[in-house]
Ligand binder design. Structure first.
Ligand code: HEM
Length: 410
């Protein structure tokens, strides 16, 4: 990246390199929602640093710029929130995604043991049972929405079970969580109802942790949080941000990934054989390629902590900068034939899971859910086809299918 932090003079946003060009990119526009990739190409080729006047924010779209920006957390801070509007800070205190070191590192350490490869391997039977539970009731020969029935539910139920939510509460917390995360189309903030559901869920989550304090530590995330509060490494008010982040970050993104894979199979864009064919389905390379090709989280933002010079423009301290992972992953400077889905390529260096200190803590879990979820789905439903138009998440950050109408095929 041609960037270096500089003290001294700053350049105002009205002097932005694209000040007089027509609007090309607005992350909340219907065009970006429908198909952002031609827009990203224009950004990469002609406006590698683009000023989005509508949101007083900037956008970085090339692979090396996004990668290096994410690595430099001291200049590009997360502490002012990583989205636009009132979505920034929705989770509240404790959300590590919206914290810089040292607090970020302390709290990430509290979570880490439950999300390391070794721990995640032990969740395989639980994920398989959750997938089977969701799939066993699918009515044969009926029209189905695999989004509602499966791809939205597997990730959230999995994360709830890892948190330690009692079985009797899984059904209502799943419904409440899904409803809370349901984003109204075209809005840059949660609805009043989302705040009400948030309050209901947080009070339940805090109660779960409180029940485990004072030595009643259980072998789950709630138990770890109770211990961390008791030993002083975590504040009680940080329960909300940490748990809501896990629920949201784990649910919407993985739902999108599963939905994209289901959609590709149902439309015939990929075949079962291409996905892996055998026991190990989908292959690790195929999962990497799906997230490279259509990143579930399209971008997240940072705010500069000092003046920064980028592509000949000096950004002021306090500038919000969108790091467009999805565009970086389609950058021909980094990937050959970036607009083609090539399931056996090595696309593992893609930035769909981020980079640097905020690199996705849930990546091993997301990959387990993709592998086990798809395997179970194809056991139950060996052949299916689309039955109407799928609907995408009405979100400007999350891209992927929320509803996937299919029918069984013989
Ligand atoms: C395909 C699925 C997923 C994708 C594409 C994804 C993507 C990402 C990205 C891009 C980041 C970086 C955020 C930033 O730089 O600001 C991130 C962070 C995070 N993800 Fe994921 N994620 C996925 C699944 C999950 C799952 C299943 C969990 C559940 C544990 C999870 C939990 C988190 C958390 C807690 C963070 C914040 C880490 C930190 O700030 O240190 N993610 N994820």
């Amino acid at each position: 990246m041609q960037s270096h932090a500089e003290a001294g003079s700053s350049r105002s946003n009205s002097n932005s390199p694209n000040a007089n060009s027509p609007l090309i990119y607005d992350p909340v526009s219907p065009e970006a929602h429908l198909d952002p990739y031609p827009i990203y190409q224009q950004l990469r080729d002609h406006h590698p640093l683009y000023y989005i006047a509508e949101h007083d924010a900037w956008a970085l779209s090339r692979y090396t710029d996004v990668q290096e920006g994410l690595r430099d957390w001291e200049t590009f801070s997360s502490s002012e929130g990583v989205e636009l509007g009132t979505y920034a800070k929705f989770f509240g205190p404790g959300s590590i995604q919206e914290l810089d070191p040292p607090r970020h590192d302390v709290l990430r350490k509290v979570l880490a043991p439950r999300f390391l490869n070794k721990a995640v391997k032990s969740y395989e039977p639980m994920v398989e049972a959750t997938a089977a539970e969701l799939l066993e009731d699918l009515p044969h020969h009926a029209d189905l929405d695999l989004g509602l029935a499966f791809t939205q539910r597997l990730p959230i139920m999995t994360i709830f079970r890892i948190l330690g939510i009692p079985e009797a509460d899984i059904a209502w917390t799943t419904d409440t969580g899904l409803e809370m995360l349901n984003r109204p189309p075209g809005e840059s903030g949660p609805s009043p109802q989302a705040y009400e559901l948030r309050a209901e869920l947080v009070s339940f989550l805090e109660d779960q942790v409180d029940q485990r304090r004072g030595g009643n530590y259980t072998d789950d995330v709630f138990g770890d949080l109770a211990r961390a509060i008791d030993d002083g490494s975590m504040e009680h008010e940080e329960i909300q941000g940490l748990t809501l982040l896990l629920i949201a970050a784990g649910m919407e993104t993985t739902t999108s990934l599963l939905g994209t894979m289901v959609h590709s199979l149902a439309t015939g864009a990929v075949t079962r054989e291409e996905l892996g064919g055998g026991v190990d389905l989908p292959t690790a390379a195929a999962v990497d390629e799906f997230v490279r090709f259509d990143a579930p989280a399209q971008w997240l933002a940072r705010v500069t902590t000092k003046p920064v010079s980028l592509h000949g423009v000096q950004l002021e301290t306090g500038s919000r900068v969108l790091m467009i992972f999805a565009s970086a992953n389609r950058d021909p400077r980094e990937f050959d034939r970036p607009d083609e889905l090539i399931l056996d390529r090595d696309g593992s260096r893609n930035l769909a899971f981020g980079e640097g200190i905020h690199f996705c803590i849930g990546m091993p879990l997301a990959k387990l859910e993709a592998r086990v979820g798809m395997r179970q789905l194809l056991r139950t439903l060996p052949a299916f086809e689309m039955n109407g138009e799928p609907t995408r998440y009405p979100s400007h950050v999350i891209r992927g299918y929320q509803n996937v109408p299919i029918r069984w095929a013989s």
